[in-house]
Ligand binder design. Structure first.
Ligand code: PLP
Length: 696
């Protein structure tokens, strides 16, 4: 078992042991309802009172209110509701209230969403106004100056969750004061708790929401500060708890845990100093620079919390970076939403004016003030391991030539595929249907392994090849005459099954034959196989590439073993065949889970365990042994190549594994569709294998 290194504290943190103990006490010994007047209730009430008193001192609540709630989203909600109800009352009384609801462009989504929601529900019809930020991520004070006089409410944050950039709250306050603004001011303090000195009642801040789980308390507990005299409307009415400000029996376990964290903060004996945290950040940044050449940091360290690093690496997507870190059991997060293969850019980095590749490829690495030397040292070692894994896979420039790849490779983006056939012995390759999106990847692959590209061919006429040709430089002989499909004039010939003689390119022991097809021969299909003499019989054809419809174009190769490699693959089939099942099998029929896997492997000693993650993930993995077996690495991009082998040895069971069970399911479905009856996927993937976090 390896240990995970958790560097995603801006998303949530581990729970402080003292907080777990306090929560257990509140559930075990002091389980009473703090509203009860008997002794059991009074014992519970002490927890509540102590936690509130501690928060009041620590945050400088003064004569303001501090209530416990479920977290910052509720706190933001309550603040917005309170301000907007007050604005509506003032408006109905004939007062001028301003026309704008101003919020920082980098606020958490909970802010604009709440503003829009309550503005609509309360029928206020004020205009939402996004306040721009400077390139360093701080609020644009001149832009605020321009609108402050007309602002009904202003929402800014203490520190940003993606970048850690610290807001100039005094500057904002000065602008609001100078404009004579009567706007209500909410400051989202979620990321500031325990990291920034807050003395709330000495400021003009009206509302300040907090979430416990960003600082070592559990999820589902938060606080809201409301300045003395600032209007307040409860969001939840009921039994009158929290002085009638937030009804519902209190989350006593959460409050006890948060109280323990606040007490530790107040004592000052548990968390690291800012200087120590800065030195941790510097060490992580140095390791990242060494491991990932060209890395750029997206947050200015001198204006950000020392606990947040946000970076992008040229040529690498946030998905790839996330995957390699996750394989090395370093938990980080994408700076942007990246559920699909193409990540959506981060609106925070967009607002800072960063180019798309940086905002779409960003990674956030964040730790908390509990971080220790050992964890940072271990993280630096894992970062180095990730860099080595990416270099070995040619994803980042490498000094040494990588071990050359051999065989068929599929590159896919959103349903479209490019294919490469590589021959390690001759260090040469052929590219089929290259997509512009894959230019950089093909180029780095070819350069890093020092391959010579023999031909760049396409299944459709006049498909653009120029970009790739330019990028390949000396690795492609651009003087070779080729037709409008990229097919070289120097091609030789082979004879097919039906006696037709067609053009062919030799690649080591392999041959790529070109078959005109389509109604007026306007399409091309390519057949790839191993031939002897000058014949390529149907049984020797292993792969066929064609623009649709494959069935029409490939009548000469309708044998079971030939895999059809599509140029479009919206359904993630990877490859198919003439006799493939049209429908994928039900997922449940292909799944093994951790409980059934052992028994399955024991019953099938010949079963192959196949890890379908990318090679850099496999290389970064802390252990390739799983369930007592060493897994073979076959990424999805190589599935077609291996499927053709596995189908020949069909009785051998295949168990696919990956990080979460998604990719392995696709692989199992592909093999089943192709006729393999014993292909399975490990449900839930490696992520469900138990790990023990190192707290950071
Ligand atoms: N505000 C900021 C800056 C945050 O980082 C978060 C959580 O990511 C929230 C608000 C919402 O907090 P919660 O989901 O705990 O309600």
């Amino acid at each position: 078992m390896t240990t995970e290194i958790y560097l995603d504290s801006n998303a949530t943190s581990v729970v402080l042991p003292a907080a777990i103990a306090a929560a257990a006490d509140a559930m075990g010994q002091r389980y009473g309802n703090p509203s009860s007047t008997h002794a059991t209730g009074l014992q519970a009430k002490v927890i509540l009172d102590d936690a509130r008193a501690c928060a009041t001192r620590l945050l400088g609540v003064g004569s303001g209110r501090l209530m416990f709630n479920s977290g910052a989203t509720e706190g933001i909600q309550t603040s917005v509701l309170s301000a907007l109800v007050a604005l509506r009352e003032r408006k109905n009384a004939g007062a001028a209230i301003g026309s704008l609801l101003v919020y920082g462009a980098t606020e958490h989504k909970a802010v604009p969403e709440s503003l829009a929601h309550w503005n609509r529900l309360l029928g206020l019809n004020l205009a939402l106004h996004k306040l721009p930020v400077n390139p360093d991520g701080t609020h644009h004070l001149n832009a605020l100056r321009d609108v402050a006089g007309d602002a009904a409410m202003v929402c800014t944050m203490a520190a940003n969750n993606e970048t850690g950039v610290i807001s100039d709250l005094s500057g904002i306050e000065a602008v609001l004061a100078a404009s004579g603004s009567k706007a209500y001011w909410m400051v989202d303090c979620v990321q500031g708790l325990g990291k920034l000195k807050l003395d709330l009642s000495s400021t003009r801040i009206d509302y300040a929401p907090f979430s416990g789980h960003k600082l070592y308390a559990p999820k589902g507990i938060g606080m809201l500060y409301v300045r003395a005299g600032t209007p307040f409307t409860p969001l939840i009415m009921g039994g009158g708890q929290e002085g009638g400000q937030r009804s519902g029996t209190e989350n006593m376990a959460g409050i006890a845990a948060l109280g323990a964290v606040l007490a530790a903060l107040e004592r000052g004996d548990t968390f690291r100093t800012s200087a120590e945290l800065c030195s941790f950040r510097a060490r992580l940044a140095d390791s990242l620079r060494a491991a990932l050449p060209g890395i750029v940091f997206n947050n200015p360290f001198d204006k950000a919390l020392p606990t947040t690093l946000n970076f992008s690496v040229p040529g690498l997507s946030s998905r790839e970076l996330m995957d390699v870190f996750d394989a090395a059991e370093v938990r980080v997060s994408a700076g942007s939403a990246c559920s699909s293969s193409k990540a959506a850019p981060s609106y925070v980095l967009d607002a800072m004016g960063l180019p798309l590749w940086r905002s779409a490829g960003a990674i956030r690495m964040s730790f908390g003030p509990l971080a220790d030397e050992a964890t940072i040292a271990a993280a630096c070692a894992r970062i180095e391991r990730c860099g080595a894994a990416l270099r070995a896979s040619c994803l980042i420039p490498s000094e040494r030539t990588a071990v050359p790849h051999d065989g068929l490779l599929q590159l896919g983006v959103e349903g479209a595929c490019s294919w490469m056939m590589l021959d390690a012995a001759s260090r040469s390759c052929i590219v089929i249907d290259p997509l512009p999106d894959h230019t950089a990847r093909i180029e780095s692959y070819v350069r890093c392994q020092n391959y010579q590209v023999q031909a760049i061919v396409s299944t459709l006429p006049n498909a653009g090849r120029g970009m790739l040709i330019d990028a390949l430089g000396r690795h492609f002989n651009r003087n070779t005459d080729a037709d409008q499909y990229g097919w070289p004039q120097t091609a030789t010939a082979v004879t097919l099954e039906d006696g037709a003689t067609v053009g062919a390119i030799r690649l080591g022991a392999h041959v790529l034959a070109c078959v005109p097809c389509g109604a007026g021969d306007e399409l091309r299909a390519y057949l790839l196989g191993d031939t002897q003499d000058n014949r390529l019989p149907a049984t020797a054809v292993r792969f066929a590439f064609s623009a649709r419809p494959a069935q029409q174009s490939l009548r000469t190769v309708s044998v079971e073993q030939t895999l059809l490699c599509p140029t479009r693959d919206e359904k993630n089939q990877f490859c198919t065949s003439m006799c493939a099942e049209p429908e994928a099998m039900q997922a449940a029929d292909l799944q093994l889970n951790s409980a059934t896997l052992d028994a399955f492997l024991q019953a099938h000693p010949d079963a192959r365990l196949v890890d379908v993650r990318e090679p850099y993930e496999f290389a970064a993995t802390m252990s390739s042994a799983f369930a007592g077996r060493v897994a073979q690495s076959v990424p999805l991009s190589r599935l077609a190549e291996y499927a053709s082998e596995w189908l020949r040895h069909e009785p051998t069971p295949l168990v696919f594994i990956c990080r979460s069970g998604n990719r392995s399911m696709k692989a199992a479905q592909c093999l089943r569709r192709l006729g393999h009856r014993q292909a399975y996927s490990l449900n839930g993937g490696l992520a469900l294998a138990s790990t023990m976090p190192l707290a950071a």
